[in-house]
Design a protein around this ligand. Structure first.
Ligand SMILES: Cc1cc2nc3c(=O)[nH]c(=O)nc-3n(C[C@H](O)[C@H](O)[C@H](O)COP(=O)(O)OP(=O)(O)OC[C@H]3O[C@@H](n4cnc5c(N)ncnc54)[C@H](O)[C@@H]3O)c2cc1C
Length: 368
């Protein structure tokens, strides 16, 4: 069999979109993905599917460390990333729906709510510039879904949407395979070494795999491969059993985005609570904790669906990759070894762009 030209570790949004872009650039190249699970098994398959580009409270928080121009670029990057994703996988295939995104404020956060309402004009100006629209992006809304224990008003972002995470990942996997990308599941990458222009990837149980170029798309799990490049940040979630006559539609941000929920089919998917134990959640262990799961359940029963009997169908966690800066790391680590990691909580919006940039980087001055 031919030598591997590009060996990608990780089959999340980044790994798969990168592989698709590499084949688009050079259909003859041998592109192989190794994945520790028997199918994509990272955050890309476990996320909440918010196709979002930032709430007003998040923008206000980011304004402490970014200029307005930088904020416009940050929003634009997310919007363009979503457009790129939609150009790779048609919106209907990933069940994209534009129900809008809402930010609400808990009763004890009246001050935060007030600050956000006062910042609406500023936030609209930034978002309008980034989206190149004269339409109002953020507007004040009432408590139209009858949540409890929140302030009377919230903020609607009418451009925010949601996708079906499973459908997106299925479509990306099918597209990559159709482009000729080879997938090797159940292969855990341990380390690599370089020698005379070749890279040898050591794997658990499968021996070394040799390649001309190695690309790491391991995001939050990178910590187990290269220490201290990316901080793992576990995110926990739960989903309810179907709820008859559920009226809630959209994506919702609470408590400065530390909690988020949405409708999916007739269910509520709810995640967050990492702020309850920042240190404990800096882990790549995919378990759930009693502390965070009960906080999620309290929020579900007391705030989101105060008058409904609901049962929890499933609970899970996934690993994100974060760091001091909100920017992804797309760089060469050593000759012929590259990484595209640290996507924070925005992988749906920026994953495809990171995948594309990683492919661009690995093919620059390509001598394959
Ligand atoms: C619960 C939760 C909710 C989220 N909600 C949202 C949301 O609503 N909107 C949003 O934009 N983002 C959200 N995110 C973040 C988003 O999911 C990530 O930013 C995005 O999926 C990152 O994609 P990725 O391809 O970089 O990483 P991943 O999808 O994590 O892919 C990395 C892959 O690499 C594999 N891997 C890792 N190490 C190795 C190794 N050594 N050998 C072999 N394989 C390896 C993993 O198994 C995994 O499949 C959420 C994350 C979580 C966990």
């Amino acid at each position: 069999m031919r030598d591997i030209d590009y060996l990608i570790v990780g089959s999340g949004i980044v790994g798969l979109t990168c592989a698709i872009q590499l084949k688009a650039k050079d259909p003859e190249a041998r592109v192989v993905i190794v994945e520790q699970g028997d199918r994509p098994s990272g955050a890309s398959i476990k996320n909440a599917g918010f196709a979002c580009f930032g709430s007003v409270s998040e923008l206000l928080d980011d304004a402490n460390t970014h200029t307005d121009d930088e904020l416009v670029r940050l929003i634009r990057r997310r919007v363009e990333g979503l457009n790129l994703l939609k150009s790779i996988i048609p919106p209907q295939t990933m069940q994209y729906s534009g129900h809008g995104g809402y930010e609400y404020f808990l009763e004890h956060q009246t001050d935060l709510g007030q600050q956000c309402y006062e910042a609406l004009d500023w936030a609209n100006k930034l978002a309008q510039e980034a989206l190149e629209t004269s339409d109002e992006v953020f507007s004040q809304v009432d408590n139209r879904f009858s949540f409890a224990r929140i302030t009377p008003n919230g903020i609607l972002n009418k451009f925010e949407g949601q996708i079906h995470t499973g459908k997106l990942m299925e479509a990306l996997s099918v597209k990559a395979a159709a482009c000729g990308v080879q997938f090797m599941g159940g292969v855990k990458a341990l380390s690599h070494s370089t020698d005379r222009g070749q890279v040898a990837l050591q794997t658990r149980d499968h021996g070394p795999v040799r390649t001309k170029k190695l690309l790491l798309a391991t995001n939050g799990y990178t910590q187990d491969y290269i220490k201290d490049l990316v901080t793992p940040a576990r995110a926990q979630a739960l989903i309810t059993e179907p709820i008859p006559e559920l009226k809630i539609k959209g994506t919702f941000h609470l408590d400065q985005g530390y909690y988020y929920f949405r409708n999916i089919d007739q269910r509520i998917l709810l995640g967050g609570g990492r702020n309850l134990d920042f240190e404990g959640e800096k882990t790549t262990l995919e378990t759930t904790t009693e502390q965070i799961q009960s906080a999620l359940e309290d929020l579900l029963r007391q705030v989101i669906l105060p008058n409904k009997q609901v049962s929890i169908a499933a609970r899970w966690s996934g690993i994100m990759g974060v760091g001091v800066q909100k920017k992804p790391i797309i760089q060469s680590i050593e000759p012929n070894v590259y990484c595209g990691v640290r996507l924070g909580g925005m992988g749906v919006a920026i994953g495809a762009e990171v995948g594309q940039n990683l492919a661009d980087l690995a093919t620059q001055n390509d001598a394959i």
